[in-house]
Ligand binder design. Structure first.
Ligand code: DC
Length: 228
């Protein structure tokens, strides 16, 4: 790994963790610092959910879901310094962030037909290195060879507060208790599924962000990357 870094080669950095642990903010900052691609894999599962909902797909029809995944035309683009996701040319960055998409993406991400295709696309996007990959199984399944692996956690209360604030800022009317309930449900679903469950890779460094802001977490990561 050191040799790769010294040779100026591009690294793979993975950041996994539960919803609300601060992964997205930290991944975005880190990717910017290195000039790397920010690979938001949660957004990809959300895009599958959005398309399935729009097509009124029955979740029981796994073959149709597989076809849907294979036909998805997804593109990450940076616009005005922001990471946006496009589906067949349409900017879906906002549409995928609803509570309905929270739930549906979590449900669909447990299906092997969906995971198999998403994993393949994610590996292709990261094949050249130079990527900060954020999700649930980046360090364990998608990029087991990554040079740096982090697992971000935070207490449930703090994660719920962060999600609540995010949604309120977006102008949504939400109740903290419901946000918390949804997080608990999603944590359980993402952690207890059979395929690629949420868990730290054996060689991941776990960082608890309960009492740290995003810049402080990034500083810890940068220090480890520089020393690594
Ligand atoms: O990170 P997020 O909240 O945007 O992810 C939405 C859902 O997608 C999450 O509940 C679980 C799933 N997901 C996954 O199974 N594997 C990933 N690598 C990323 C997300």
């Amino acid at each position: 790994m050191k040799a790769k870094k010294e040779a100026g080669m591009k690294l793979i950095i993975t950041i996994d963790g539960p919803a609300g642990s601060g992964k997205s903010t930290v991944s975005r900052i880190l990717a910017k610092r290195f000039g790397y691609l920010y690979l938001d894999t949660g957004a990809m599962y959300r895009a599958v959910a959005l398309q399935a909902a729009r097509e009124g797909r029955s979740l029981a029809d796994r073959r149709a879901l597989r076809r849907l995944c294979m036909g998805l035309d997804l593109q990450f683009r940076s616009e005005n310094g922001e990471n946006r996701l496009f589906l067949s040319g349409e900017d879906i960055s906002e549409a995928i962030r609803s509570p309905e998409m929270d739930r549906l993406s979590s449900t669909l991400s447990a299906y092997k037909e969906v995971r198999k295709i998403m994993t393949k696309i994610q590996r292709r996007l990261g094949s050249e290195g130079g990527v900060v990959a954020e999700g649930r199984d980046m360090g364990t399944i998608v990029f087991p060879e990554a040079e740096f692996k982090f697992f971000l956690t935070a207490d449930l209360e703090v994660r719920a507060q962060r999600r609540y604030l995010e949604r309120t800022i977006r102008g949504e009317s939400v109740c903290l208790e419901n946000v918390k309930k949804d997080l608990i449900e999603r944590d359980q679903q993402d952690t207890n599924r059979v395929l690629s469950p949420l868990r730290p890779a054996e060689d991941a460094v776990t960082i608890d962000s309960t009492y740290l802001n995003a810049d402080e977490v990034v500083d810890i990561m940068l220090k480890m990357i520089r020393e690594g």
